[in-house]
Design a protein around this ligand. Structure first.
Ligand code: A2P
Length: 310
């Protein structure tokens, strides 16, 4: 349960450390606390704008002998403004440089939507049509180079996975998507399993610190009652539910006590009768992607962005 095996043969730790919304100034301390506590998997992305600080923290951890590079699993993601075939290797190298490492364990296409080079904002002027087959082909070259030990995708619907598989030479190793008891992604999880694609769940706690996502899964009556019955916290129950459902989870925290608490999900389990109760939880996608949807954009509706899988 401590890891899942990817279609490359490599193992991905089932618990990763999320860094989305960890601010510069707090992310280094959090990463150091996480690695010292025993996390082996760090989830990063260029657009989180904190990779330099994470890189400095990793350098220090390696120099001090706290952990070896080969014992960590480091993921990062290609930003939407870097989808151009020639931009993919450049963005990848910039990420390696920022993180101060010479390979990534996993590199993902962050979103199946594209922005003009240099953009960080989803404005109608900056949105341009994606060419996923071309971007994926550039990702495949990174895999061939050995510097991206696995390649994958993020925020891809079932339909977009089928489309990608129609032209891909290499099957993605991972699809990283929102996944928690309140958005269980059963159909997507089944498809990924059938195709040998591992699913990683982001926002596994429903991102309670992000007001616009309106996540309240930690207060969900089913989650709370299971937590009470097992003598665990609602967060631990959400994370344990994820790995028992067959996917890795990447909770974010900048609070040392929570970082440690979230690691304690391995020497106990949710029994079948309680696990079945999660089927009763109302399903609501929290990260709808409104920011890249507008009448004058490529994706005119949330429905179009997710191919009706909402
Ligand atoms: P903080 O970083 O201030 O500790 P997600 O991973 O689903 O995006 O959720 C991250 C949010 O959940 C952050 O706001 C984080 O707060 C909070 N969080 C992380 N671990 C726990 C926990 N064990 N209990 C309650 N909240 C948590």
């Amino acid at each position: 349960m401590e890891s899942f095996t990817l279609n490359t043969g490599a193992k991905i730790p089932s618990l990763g450390f999320g860094t989305w919304q960890s601010k510069p100034g707090e992310v280094a301390t959090a990463v150091v606390a996480a690695v010292k506590a025993g996390y082996k998997h760090i989830d990063c992305a260029k657009i989180y704008e904190n990779q330099e600080e994470i890189g400095a923290a990793l350098k220090k951890l390696f120099e001090e002998g706290v952990v070896k590079r080969e014992d960590l699993f480091i993921t990062s993601k290609l930003w939407s403004a870097d989808h151009g075939s020639e931009d993919v290797p450049e963005a990848f190298n910039e990420t390696l440089k920022a993180l101060q490492i010479d390979y990534l364990d996993l590199y993902l296409i962050h979103w199946p939507v594209r922005l003009r080079k240099g953009s960080t904002e989803w404005t109608s002027e900056d949105a341009i049509p994606a060419d996923i087959p071309a971007t994926w082909s550039a990702m495949e070259k990174l895999f061939d180079s050995g510097k991206a030990r696995a390649i994958g995708i993020s925020n891809f619907s079932c339909k977009k996975i089928f489309n990608l598989l129609a032209t891909a030479r290499i099957v993605p190793a991972v699809n990283q998507v929102e996944c928690h008891p309140g958005w269980q992604q059963k159909k997507l999880q089944d498809l990924c399993e059938a195709k040998g694609i591992h699913l990683t769940g982001y926002s596994p706690l429903g991102s309670p610190g992000t007001p616009w996502m309106k996540g309240s899964i930690l207060a969900d009556p089913t989650v709370v009652s299971v937590a009470e019955e097992l003598g665990k916290s609602p967060a631990q129950v959400c994370l344990r539910w994820g790995i028992q459902a067959g996917h890795s989870v990447i909770p974010k925290s900048v609070t040392e006590a929570r970082i440690k608490q979230n690691l304690d999900i391995f020497n106990w389990s949710i029994p079948d009768n309680l696990f079945a109760k999660f089927g009763e939880i109302e399903q609501i996608r929290l990260l709808k992607g409104d920011f890249c949807v507008a009448e004058n954009q490529i994706n005119k509706s949330i429905d179009q962005l997710w191919d009706g899988e909402i």
